[in-house]
Design a binder for this molecule. Structure first.
Ligand code: AKG
Length: 470
């Protein structure tokens, strides 16, 4: 028999507090239905055809990838993009299996795409979880079977993801897994640290390297109506098992100001090493002095923001752990099981064996002389300097050397902080030397469009602020 408490729904306040506090992922079940079992979100009542009808002739950019073996992960920037209506996407989705393609309208802020479709923007909100964010603040992902997002870690905020249609497999690894997942900042994207492993179709070497470290992967297949919490820093690899639609929000956290200083350092390193060689639409940050100013502004912002961020507020209520929340609300919250090493091995080898053929357009397109020793050294230099442990340490030293103290959730800062310029100049000098060492044909460190970032809480916003002060 179920305990009374497990039948009681968690309140909005409880969920909000728990979501801001939890450091382990959980899945929320049955929270998007009312007592009659009806969905609270209109969006969940619509099927893909309903959505296609509402979107009419609006063309959406779908990224094209391949259900095929590739040596490296299928990086976003190397994928072609096809513009088509949702109706066209649905008409063609059945033929994709034959052409070995997947298509993904991914990572799109809804307010940017659907401003003329208020019915869609207002078809859901995140109130049930205690947050004010609505459709326009959310990001939408529509993908065919096989569409996937390479394994990565988001540096800002925590993430609430609702599955709306179809199923998606999530593989999650704890934030301290970076030495097991071979982090890389090449390609570079603010606030995203990629893993070098190709989870979609791992090589035997990938599989062995992963299993050797026993990375304690957690796996969940998300179904419509379920909502996943990805706490800050959790690595994730996500793949559509069917035609899938999902939405998410990133919730800012107090710790983001610390992460933003780190991201500003990575920005400095990548821009300094790749100066003049990295394609970027953003000219404002080209000079190292600008990048240094950005670091300074990020540090100052820590002071201003520390009182605004949701997780800074003092919690008078219970401090939740995932286990306690699940025990209290077992009908509504579940933990995500850790895979045994054998189970992870089974998943990886299944993924490898499903695409035995290595000859593929994606590979042909990218297999020029790029795997040269020089390129590898250049990548290694960037990745060593931008390794999460290094960035964390340097961020900490910069803040500490300026009489700043960090607590777990609190950042204590002096209002008028003077940046340790000498220290930063030394970093810039080291980077210059690194650039010479790596003989700098650096066009292959790809600078992705900065308007695309995994969180609204970004350097881009800080930079705009800097420009407006000029
Ligand atoms: O659903 C996906 O493909 C990826 C989602 C993701 O990376 C995220 O929500 O942070």
């Amino acid at each position: 028999m179920q305990s009374t408490s497990s039948l009681q729904e968690p309140s909005e306040t409880t969920l909000r507090h728990a979501i801001l506090q939890l450091i382990e992922p959980v899945v929320f079940n049955n929270l998007l239905r009312d007592s009659n079992g009806k969905y609270l979100w209109k969006f969940l009542d619509w099927n893909p055809n309903d959505l296609a009808e509402k979107l009419g002739d609006l063309k959406l950019p779908f990224r094209i990838g391949f259900n095929a073996r590739t040596t490296e992960p299928q990086w976003d920037f190397k994928c072609d993009v096809k513009s088509m209506t949702m109706r066209n996407f649905l008409q063609n989705v059945g033929t994709l299996v034959e052409s070995n393609e997947w298509q993904y309208f991914d990572y799109k802020y809804m307010h940017e795409w659907f401003s003329h479709h208020p019915e869609i923007l207002s078809s859901f909100d995140w109130k049930r979880f205690g947050f004010d964010q609505r459709g326009e603040d959310s990001t939408l992902w529509i993908g065919s079977q096989g569409a996937h997002t390479n394994c990565h870690q988001d540096t800002y905020g925590c993430n609430l993801v609702a599955q709306v249609h179809g199923r998606k497999r999530w593989l999650l690894f704890s934030p301290d897994s970076h030495n097991k997942l071979q982090p890389t900042r090449v390609p570079y994207e603010e606030s995203t640290v990629y893993s070098s492993f190709n989870f979609f179709c791992p090589s035997k070497d990938d599989e062995e390297a992963l299993l050797r470290t026993d990375p304690k992967a957690r796996m969940v297949i998300l179904e419509p109506g379920q909502v996943l919490l990805v706490p800050n820093g959790w690595w994730h690899y996500v793949e559509s098992i069917d035609l899938s639609i999902s939405v998410n929000i990133w919730i800012p956290l107090a710790a983001d100001c610390h992460s933003r200083v780190g991201e500003a350092l990575v920005n400095l390193i990548v821009k300094e090493i790749g100066k003049g060689f990295i394609p970027t639409s953003d000219k404002t940050l080209d000079a190292p002095s600008e990048a240094v100013r950005l670091i300074q502004t990020c540090i100052e912002k820590c002071n201003v923001e520390k009182d605004d961020s949701p997780s800074v507020k003092k919690f008078k209520e219970t401090r939740w752990s995932a286990k306690e929340l699940v025990e209290q609300y077992s009908n509504y919250v579940t933990l995500i099981p850790v895979l045994k090493n054998e189970e992870l091995q089974e998943l990886l080898s299944k993924n490898r064996d499903r695409f035995p053929d290595i000859k593929h357009k994606y590979l042909e397109m990218n297999s020029s002389n790029q795997s040269s020793v020089h390129q590898q050294i250049r990548n290694d230099v960037v990745n060593a300097l931008c390794h999460p442990d290094v960035i964390e340490k340097v961020t900490h030293l910069i803040l500490r050397s300026s009489h700043l103290r960090f607590g777990d959730e609190r950042v204590l800062l002096r209002k008028h902080y003077t940046i340790p310029v000498g220290f930063l100049v030394r970093i810039v000098t080291i980077l210059k030397i690194a650039r010479i060492i790596s003989s700098m044909h650096y066009s292959d460190v790809i600078w992705r469009d900065e308007s695309i970032t995994h969180s609204p809480n970004t350097l881009q916003a800080v930079n705009q602020e800097l420009q407006s002060k000029k």
